[in-house]
Design a protein around this ligand. Structure first.
Ligand code: NAD
Length: 485
């Protein structure tokens, strides 16, 4: 195994909301993994800051529990956990009052990177940012990490950006979209921009269409009230699917640096055309035996919020004129599966005749459950049956292709990678404020449109691929969705 882990510099990372669900589920187990991989230096410190009455020792105990519950089974070595938690501390802080702030300030060191992770509801961002400033805890070199949702619409996203901008410059703010931290998503940029093979074909002349699917098997769970105000468009499309679309559609940046990449992504969002209402299908999952329906889950029998959406959109520029992008995401679908498929056009002239069938190349980029890429290539079916053609995937799934090179278990998950990028000061995989605002500027009129028309989402069966109309959206164009598998 080749180790490619480069330790980051010493840091103090304060996690506001350090006792919350996200911290316990993702952030702390992720930091533990980076610690085990040798990336978190011995003099780095993580300081949980939340409302609960805890001290360092009881916080460490809570984190041990989180690692046992949410960490990987192979990372449960007691000695490794003990060494990791020794680097953890806790300060009780009230975001809305003055409790704990002086103690927090005293705990931080002057000569190391300071990062503040806002793992709390956005309603607390303003208070936290203002107190970090007024207690002299954050300075011009500090870094700020903020979670989704970043706003509910354009005005609220603007207001949040303004609140943060009062105390922090844009190059200090790291807005997390954990989809951008996935290995395959970054590999998509490598495949596009480090190979000569794909880029000449990456345009409307050769690409028939693009599909982006993010399918979940879970329902809204305990987040019913939040989700009923949000829906699939705000919760998934405006951020995750839009980011994936940007990486597929963007022009090659002049260099791989944060602003060069984000400038190109922003141009894509600004080039998105408004969506024709006929090209939108929304759905709500039905009850399944004893399992509640979407409306029961959110506690509103008349809810018009969507747990599923499929839409067709267009990027209006020279590269993509006429190539549709189909986006689809939903809850309680057949499988948990996130995939981008670039479907190329048929060969212009079929020399093998009608009986050989019609074939096209498809580059499929899988984000979950198994990250990897496949390229469907058409070849002759082996054997004596004449010139019959079949599509065979060239499999670039990392676990197999790279097994000898790296230990695939050591590939960091999205949160781990992104937190380490914060410590390295690399903003490439984080959303810039203007990107978020542009994404809302495209999303808001679409939502306003269905609200003013009073569109009612179509019911769909749990475990299906969504409402029938979503399949029709494709069929009308002579295309079909890839199977959710
Ligand atoms: P949570 O409710 O589980 O935890 C909230 C945390 O904030 C707790 O530690 C609590 O002590 C702290 N807190 C609340 N009020 C406070 C105050 N006045 N002063 C100081 N601390 C206070 O929330 P969560 O699920 O961990 O989510 C945190 C943020 O991350 C939210 O913005 C959420 O939308 C976002 N997010 C969460 C998930 C997830 O999987 N949980 C995923 C993506 C984004």
């Amino acid at each position: 195994m080749v180790s490619r882990v480069i330790p980051v510099e010493a840091f103090d990372l304060v996690i506001f909301g350090g006792t919350g669900d996200l911290a316990r589920r993702k952030i702390l187990p992720g930091l533990h993994r980076r610690f085990l991989a040798g990336q978190m230096p011995a003099n780095a410190r993580v300081i949980g800051a939340a409302r609960a009455e805890l001290d360092d020792e009881s916080y460490r105990e809570m984190v041990r529990g989180a690692i046992a519950e949410f960490g990987d089974p192979q990372d449960q070595d007691a000695d490794g956990i003990a060494r990791f938690v020794a680097q953890l501390h806790y300060v009780r802080v009230d975001a809305r009052g003055d409790t704990g702030w002086k103690q927090l300030g005293r705990r931080l060191r002057k000569d190391v990177i300071r990062a503040f992770y806002f793992s709390v509801g956005p309603g607390l961002f303003e208070d936290l940012a203002a107190r970090l400033h007024s207690f002299g805890i954050a300075d011009a070199a500090s870094r700020l990490v903020v979670e989704k949702p970043f706003g509910h619409d354009l005005p609220s996203a603007r207001a949040l950006n303004e609140v943060l901008a009062r105390h922090f410059r844009e190059n200090q703010i790291y807005r997390i979209d954990h989809y951008l931290g996935k290995e395959t998503v970054q590999n998509l940029m490598a495949v596009r921009f480090a190979n000569i093979l794909f880029e000449p074909l990456w345009n409307a002349q050769y690409v028939d269409h693009i599909q982006i699917t993010v399918a979940e098997t879970v329902g809204v769970g305990g987040r019913g009230a939040y989700y009923d105000r949000s829906g699939a468009m705000r919760d998934m499309v405006q951020n995750h699917l839009m980011q994936l679309l940007c990486l597929i559609a963007m022009e090659p940046p002049s260099r791989f640096d944060p602003d060069a990449v984000r400038d190109e992504k922003l141009k894509v969002i600004r080039a998105l055309e408004p969506v024709d209402p006929h090209h939108i299908v929304r759905g709500q999952y039905e009850a399944d035996g004893d399992a509640p329906s979407f409306r029961e889950d959110v506690g509103d029998p008349r809810s018009l919020t969507e747990s599923f959406i499929a839409l067709r959109c267009h990027v209006s520029n020279w590269r993509w004129a006429g190539t549709p992008f189909y986006l689809r995401t939903g809850k309680k679908l057949r499988r948990r599966c996130s995939e981008i498929a670039v479907v190329f056009k048929d060969a212009p002239h079929a020399i093998f005749g009608q009986e050989a069938g019609r074939h096209c190349n498809i580059l499929s980029i899988k984000l979950q459950p198994d990250e990897g890429m496949t390229l469907d290539v058409t070849i002759k079916e082996p054997g004596p049956g004449g010139m019959r053609l079949i599509d065979v995937p060239l499999d670039m799934t990392f676990a197999e292709a790279l097994a000898k090179e790296i230990d695939i278990d050591d590939v960091p998950d999205a949160y781990e990678r992104l937190i380490m990028d914060v410590m390295r000061g690399n903003q490439t995989l984080f959303m810039r404020g203007d990107e978020v605002e542009a994404a809302w500027a495209w999303t808001d009129p679409i939502i306003a449109g269905w609200e003013s028309r009073g569109d009612v989402p179509r019911p769909y069966e749990v475990g299906s691929s969504g409402p029938e109309d979503a399949a029709m959206l494709m069929h009308r164009d002579g295309r079909r969705w890839r199977e959710i598998r």
